[in-house]
Design a protein around this ligand. Structure first.
Ligand code: RAM
Length: 355
């Protein structure tokens, strides 16, 4: 290499390196300052119009959470609060941590969140509450860590979700045969709670001839869920059913069974969006599945969040708040509200639901 050119290169490089070092140190100082600022108290809101609410979904790209957003947005139009939403790319246990931090720095009054873990977010929740923010678990709860959030809004009584899924599949396969579960992530709080309920239900003699062969995890990713469902069909030639208690998983399981021509021998059921499942019900791949209105979950959460941020709703059993569209809601134990009601969809009513 030409030594002169080499020297020239170095000469222009050196001052740039100094600049970069300066920029790096400045950025570090700004981050440090922002980190300290995070611990300051937020100004309490005086009216619903002052309240800033964020909803952090499990991940982006899942139409289920878009229906929840729509509910929040309607409540925001009615009450006047500021609503924003954000979510990580994937629903891993810790993926929401930086999003919570960012929202705290923005100074939100309420963090509403569908948590990806029952305990991985406890520290961030505590930080938020120390600042004076309200933490509301939406669509799912942090079972065992309830002390780290102020309340929860659930779509139905989770103590009966698992059993009702087993009953639904049982009714489709005459309570006899081998079946598998296609879940979301291994940490998903709602899925794990329901699966526990399914296992408990299976101890009932009514379900003695139904055998759970395996549980697989599609991580609420359409492609991975499809591969897992296809794997089940290959591994278990005598399979009679798949329960997918996730809208992403149910859609994928129905697609796998349709592609393999295994309906009605393999009955696919679980929790799904009528909009995604309509064609499978209409073409006979799926006979029945369940859900609730995710819009209603978001809407009720918006009302509850505002009432809590304004100090108008005590986090105590029996306390109540009211909504314009669905009337009054009472708090159960652990400051939990059930948005409800659960619904079962079949060929008869699938055309009545747009979400
Ligand atoms: C999925 C998500 C969510 C679950 C619904 C039924 O989209 O996994 O957590 O509640 O399905």
């Amino acid at each position: 290499m030409n030594p002169l050119l080499d020297r020239g290169f170095r000469q222009t490089q050196r001052p740039m390196m100094k600049q970069n070092l300066f920029a790096f140190l400045t950025a570090g100082a700004v981050f440090f300052w922002a980190g300290c600022g995070e611990m300051g108290q937020i100004e309490p809101p005086e009216s619903a119009e002052d309240v800033r609410i964020v909803y952090i979904a499990k991940n982006v790209g899942n139409p289920y959470f878009e229906a929840i957003h729509a509910g929040f947005e309607q409540a925001a139009r009615e009450l006047g609060f500021e609503f924003t939403t954000t979510a990580p790319a994937t629903p891993d246990a810790t993926s929401q941590i930086p999003y919570i931090r960012e929202q705290l720095q923005r100074g939100v009054h309420v963090i509403t969140i569908t948590p990806n873990s029952t305990d991985a977010l406890n520290r961030q929740f505590q930080q938020a509450r120390d600042r004076g923010a309200v933490v509301l678990s939406v669509n799912s709860d942090i079972t065992g860590s309830e002390a780290y959030r102020d309340g929860a809004v659930l779509p139905m009584d989770f103590d009966i979700t698992g059993e009702s899924q087993i009953e639904l599949l049982g009714s489709l396969i005459d309570y006899e045969g081998r079946f598998a579960i296609l879940s979301a992530t291994t940490d998903a709080p709602d899925q794990n709670y329901w699966i526990q309920g399914m296992r408990r239900a299976l101890e009932d003699p009514k379900y003695a001839d139904m055998e759970l062969v395996t549980i697989v995890y599609g991580d609420d990713e359409p492609e991975k869920s499809l591969r897992e469902a296809e794997g089940l069909l290959t591994r278990f030639p005598d399979l009679r059913g798949i329960i997918a208690p996730t809208t992403v998983g149910l859609d994928a399981a129905a697609r796998a069974v349709e592609n393999a021509g295994r309906a009605p021998q393999v009955q696919v059921t679980g929790l799904g969006l009528p909009s995604q499942m309509r064609r499978y019900v209409q073409n006979g791949t799926v006979e029945a599945f369940a859900l609730w209105s995710p819009y209603r979950v978001g809407y009720v959460s918006g009302y509850k969040a505002v009432a809590m941020a304004l100090g108008e709703l005590e986090a105590a059993e029996g306390a109540a708040f009211s909504t314009e569209e669905f009337g009054e809601f009472e708090l159960r134990g652990n400051a939990t509200t059930i948005a409800g009601p659960p619904l079962v969809f079949t060929l008869e009513n699938i055309g009545d639901y747009a979400f």
